[in-house]
Design a protein around this ligand. Sequence first.
Ligand code: G3P
Ligand code: MG
Length: 256
Amino acid sequence: MAQSGRTRSANVERKLSCVVAHRGASANAPENTLGALQLAIDHGAKSVEVDAMISSDGVAYLHHDDTLNRCTSGSGYLCAAAASELDELDASGRHTTFAGEPIPRLDRAIALLVNNGIGLNLEIKPTPGLETETATAAVNALRGVWPHTLPLVLSSFSKEALYTAKQLWPEAPRGLITCALPVNWQDELNALACTNLHMAAPLVAPESAQQIKSEGYGLYCYTVNDVEQAQQLIGMGVDGIFTDRPKALLEGLSQE
Ligand code: G3P
Ligand code: MG
């Protein structure tokens, strides 16, 4: 039986709460742009994941790759360009309806999310060698403006970046991103006081999910664009699903 928003079961509410828009609604808008964040919000997402890196003068931007080539009108390393240069680039890529969309500064993305009451998983994505600086810029952009009432996780593949985040802002929840499950995953999480493990979805096995959850850690999975796969992972107990297609997952998961 179809259910209205008001009468959704706790099971459906839990499934919907797992959906995290990966780089915004990145299947339908240029990834890691304000346009992609706004589209995710318009599609009903309650939380988003974005990647953060820094310019040569230390300004934090949303961007995934070390280089500008794939996603912007620029080329070369993002970390070699000054903020004044980055602000002139077009990040719309193949999404022609978004022509002129800039690479957003992190502080502008934060403002958009806060104004709309959207949770954030900020992935600290340092170009190798800039782990401390990138984490510092990310923390500085968030601390003092991010409301305690909104969900926030700082995550990274970089243990050095997570260590810096822990030193600067110990209260902010942290997630270690891996691909496969490390043998000593408890030690790795505890060394950085991480609350979460973020894994590649195809490598999440029911037994390991059960163990991670039973030991009290959050488990998030990337990147899932298929409703059936999302249902299976949520059935294993995962807390979050990063998806490029939040609209499709929210619709698919809204069924019992
Ligand atoms: O944070 C989860 C996921 O985004 C990690 O991989 O390469 O998509 O940033 P990537
Ligand atoms: Mg990411």
